[in-house]
Design a protein around this ligand. Structure first.
Ligand SMILES: NC(=O)c1ccc[n+]([C@@H]2O[C@H](COP(=O)([O-])OP(=O)(O)OC[C@H]3O[C@@H](n4cnc5c(N)ncnc54)[C@H](OP(=O)(O)O)[C@@H]3O)[C@@H](O)[C@H]2O)c1
Length: 310
């Protein structure tokens, strides 16, 4: 093991032990000075994104609660300090867009921000009004990525988004689901329409998209955002109290969270996973999955077998 890995592991462990953000600065510095986040390219442009982003469903829907906002400010700061870029939100997530927008004004080190939200309504005019409101809420003049949420009225919004992309109001356009029942229709859409991104669920316990959607995205040159990489937190229940396999350290995996995230983003068709958390120690844990070595095909099979055996 190299000296840099030993330093990283020791300080990373301290931060996970809940010693707070002061000590968490140590891994940040180590990250910044000695490691670069793993990145993958958006096929339609060649732009590279860090493989770990963040979601915001429930976790950032805290309204005006000052205490919750102060906590989330440290979570968001840790995201950027540990090499984060992609933030995924939606008008469906209550106050999340507004909370993110307000907190973004207060965080530093956020040059890498890749702001993504969704349109989630019916009708062209309503869609435009909603997207303009999202821009105001998140404080974003040009969204990096605008996605059609859960396929809702997708034909209407796609027409608007094609125009907006041509006019430079959004950089990339995408479409999302988290439901297996949408996969057939989504496949048809991706076959025929010019999306830059698609977002769907993929985790070690839900590998449905390996069959068709991930290969199709690769074939069509579409970047993928992986939602629910922890199955909404459910994956942790199965492994509670169970040790990681000894070979996990060969892939710089220090926790079950990193085991699950490295599984998701090591699929060749996966571009970026967007786990959600409202806890600082979990954010630091999640961001750790974006560094070091990624499992290869053989190891991915071993990960599935190990997970299913515990
Ligand atoms: N159709 C769509 O477009 C769609 C659908 C679903 C999701 N999404 C997007 O995908 C994002 C992620 O999905 P999700 O929020 O449903 O589920 P998820 O990211 O799979 O799981 C979130 C849960 O995991 C816990 N957690 C996070 N990091 C952890 C760690 N390191 N150790 C232990 N527990 C951890 C969180 O609790 P704590 O807060 O306690 O850490 C939270 O309860 C969403 O937030 C949203 O942005 C999009």
């Amino acid at each position: 093991m190299s000296k840099k890995h030993i330093i990283y592991r020791r300080s990373f462990l301290k931060s996970l032990l809940g010693l707070g953000y002061t000590l968490a600065l140590t891994p940040r510095l180590v990250f910044a000075m000695e490691q670069s986040p793993i990145k993958k390219k958006i096929p339609s442009s060649g732009e590279a994104l860090p493989v770990i982003g963040m979601g915001s469903w429930q976790t950032f829907d805290v309204g005006d609660d000052a205490q919750e906002r102060a906590n989330l400010l440290s979570v968001l700061q840790a995201f950027f300090d540990h090499g984060g870029a992609v933030i995924d939100s939606s008008p469906m997530y209550g106050s999340s867009e507004q909370v993110i927008g307000d907190l973004l004004k207060q965080v530093s080190n956020k040059k890498a921000l890749f702001a993504a939200t969704k349109v989630w309504t019916r009708g062209g005019k309503r869609g435009i009004a909603e997207m303009q409101r999202s821009m105001r809420r998140m404080g974003v003049e040009v969204f990096d990525l605008m996605q059609i949420h859960n396929l809702v009225d997708w034909e209407t919004h796609l027409e608007t988004l094609k125009t907006w992309k041509a006019e430079g109001k959004v950089r990339y356009i995408g479409i999302t689901t988290s439901h297996g029942r949408d996969h057939g229709e989504l496949e048809q859409i991706l076959q025929n329409e010019p999306f830059d991104f698609v977002q769907f669920t993929y985790s070690i316990a839900n590998r449905e998209v390996e069959k068709r959607l991930l290969p199709l995205a690769t074939e069509r040159g579409i970047a993928t955002l992986i939602n629910r990489p922890y199955q909404g937190g459910g994956l942790f229940r199965r492994v509670k109290g169970k040790p990681l396999p000894p070979w996990a350290t060969e892939f710089d995996i220090q926790s079950w969270g990193q085991f699950f995230l490295k599984f998701a983003v090591s699929h060749p068709g996966a571009t970026c996973a967007i786990p959600a958390t409202s806890k600082l120690r979990h954010m630091i844990d999640n961001m750790g999955a974006g560094f070091g070595r990624l499992p290869d095909t053989g190891t991915r099979q071993k990960m599935i077998a190990y997970y299913e055996s515990v």
